[in-house]
Design a protein around this ligand. Structure first.
Ligand code: MN
Length: 503
């Protein structure tokens, strides 16, 4: 994809910063890394610098700050050259040196060896809790390694591809870096299961041809209506990733490809939140929506922080198309996730505040920063929080294993929303995931239309329906059933409160 040689000029050009001081640091890093790697070569035969150069280019394109770009250029110097931490510190300052050290320390996230995987993932959380940019560098490092995977022997290829699918892509997803997640997934999938990849890809192309006309006329009509209503907007046509389509086909098998409405969603990007709702109204007055598919993720953001209005409409040509309405800021977040905040920040101190935010510092001076980091996904804060008590390493590893390593399952709400839970979760986990109040008043659970006991283990693809009652409350017994940290915490919290009341 990016086999063309990346030069320092490309990196600087991609960077949105116009500051001379930024350029100086990046150039210095370039010269330093080039010298340090000397005549080391990649397996492809290219000079080694081509790898960190590409990683830095990705970072630059993603709008990262100068320290991250510099660290991207230097990211393999600690591991692969004579350069020491102190060398980096002297030449580039604390920030860059720490970033490189963080990336080096994480090392490889091995998927096949559970313990080592736990350790390296734990390192990743520690490093990232101090500075989220470490993960971002690591993810782009992996992206480039995937792009150049064919130079490795096939066993190593498979291992790297599997790790990418099982560890890196979910991390990117949970950080909201959706664009990167899709790239990682599709590269890994095409390597792991080339035939399946090809089949799904061709499937997708064929279907795209079928709905091309419909998409086109719908788009034009939407544009006309919005203009007519004096709404300022721009539109994009999105394309679903091949792997993500593959997963959906597997889940959706019996309903067919036609039931997948978000194959090429139309994205409408407007100036502010009220224009989002207004646009939705305009679109619905022209196209009839599917009642169950109208979603307000602006008032109720997705767990990974994404916000938008979603609707699926009948095009009048026998097709149903998904439309996503959002502001520029939401669009950036939808593509870049946590990184979208990094770009807009003006001050580096935001990163030192990140850990104090996570660790719940009582310092309230940085309310603005804290507000921004509200977007840090709950699971991430939760994991980072556990680092507070370092004596509890075993428990931490246990939790990490339970929640983030073991296969996760996807189940559905009656409306078709996907809920992602650790395997062996039960309806109580599900209820708490949906909302604390639903968990606290859970009375009856149904799986696929059948009433079940609350400790029933959920399976992939189950549709779970919860009935609540004001007088239903959690019991101690529930603690034995639940698998998620979230449910456990909420149940304990509720029971503690009750106990205090009864004193
Ligand atoms: Mn590397």
């Amino acid at each position: 994809m990016y086999c063309l040689e990346i030069t320092i000029k490309d990196i600087l050009k991609a960077s949105k910063s116009q500051l001379y001081s930024d350029e100086k640091l990046i150039k210095k890093a370039w010269e330093f890394a080039e010298k340090a790697h000397g005549d080391q070569k990649r397996l492809s035969g290219e000079p080694y610098i081509s790898h960190p150069a590409t990683v830095a280019y990705f970072l630059s394109e993603a709008g990262m700050d100068k320290e991250t770009i510099a660290a991207g250029i230097l990211h393999d110097t600690l591991e692969d050259t004579e350069i020491t931490y102190n060398d980096l510190k002297e030449n580039f300052g604390d920030d860059v040196a720490r970033l490189v050290k963080g990336v080096t320390k994480i090392g490889d996230l091995k998927y096949d060896k559970k313990i080592q995987q736990a350790r390296s993932l734990r390192n990743l959380f520690i490093a990232a809790a101090q500075d989220i940019r470490v993960i971002v560098i690591k993810l782009f490092d992996r992206l480039h390694n995937l792009e150049t995977l064919n130079y490795h022997d096939s066993e190593k290829q498979k291992r790297k591809a599997l790790e990418s699918l099982k560890i890196y892509a979910p991390i990117a997803y949970r950080l909201g870096m959706n664009h990167l997640k899709t790239q990682i997934e599709d590269l890994a999938f095409s390597n792991l299961q080339p035939e399946k990849y090809k089949k799904v890809f061709e499937f997708q192309q064929k279907r795209l041809k079928e709905i091309e006309q419909s998409i086109d006329s719908t788009l034009k009509s939407i544009q006309k209506e919005l203009k007519h209503n004096k709404i300022k907007f721009r539109t994009e046509i999105r394309k679903k990733g091949v792997y993500s389509l593959f997963k959906e086909i597997k889940l959706n098998r019996y309903k067919g490809l036609k039931s997948i409405h978000d194959l090429t969603p139309i994205r409408v990007i407007v100036q502010d939140i009220s224009s989002c709702y207004q646009s939705m109204g305009v679109i619905h007055s022209k196209f009839r929506p599917l009642p169950t598919m109208i979603k307000d993720f602006i008032s109720f953001p997705k767990p990974n922080g994404r916000q938008a209005l979603y609707t699926s409409v009948f095009t009048g040509e026998g097709e149903i198309i998904e439309i996503q309405i959002m502001t520029e800021e939401m669009n950036r977040y939808a593509n870049m996730g946590i990184v979208s905040d990094i770009e807009t920040r003006k001050n580096n101190s935001i990163f030192s505040n990140f850990s104090s935010y996570i660790f719940g510092s009582s310092d309230n001076k940085n309310v603005e920063y804290q507000r921004k980091f509200m977007k840090v996904p709950a699971w991430f804060k939760d994991m980072a929080n556990k680092q507070k008590d370092m004596k509890n390493t075993d428990e931490f590893l246990g939790n990490l294993n339970k929640d983030y390593f073991n296969y996760r399952i996807l189940v559905f709400t009656p409306k078709g929303d996907i809920v992602n839970l650790p395997s062996d979760s039960c309806p109580i986990d599900f209820a708490y995931y949906v909302h604390t109040d639903i968990g606290n008043h859970l009375k009856i659970a149904e799986i696929d239309g059948e009433k079940v006991s609350l400790n029933t283990k959920l399976k992939n693809g189950n549709i779970v329906k919860i009935a609540t009652s004001p007088d239903a409350t959690p019991s101690y017994e529930w603690l034995n059933y639940v698998k998620t940290i979230l449910a456990k915490k909420q149940i304990k919290y509720f029971l503690d409160k009750e106990n205090r009341k009864n004193l």
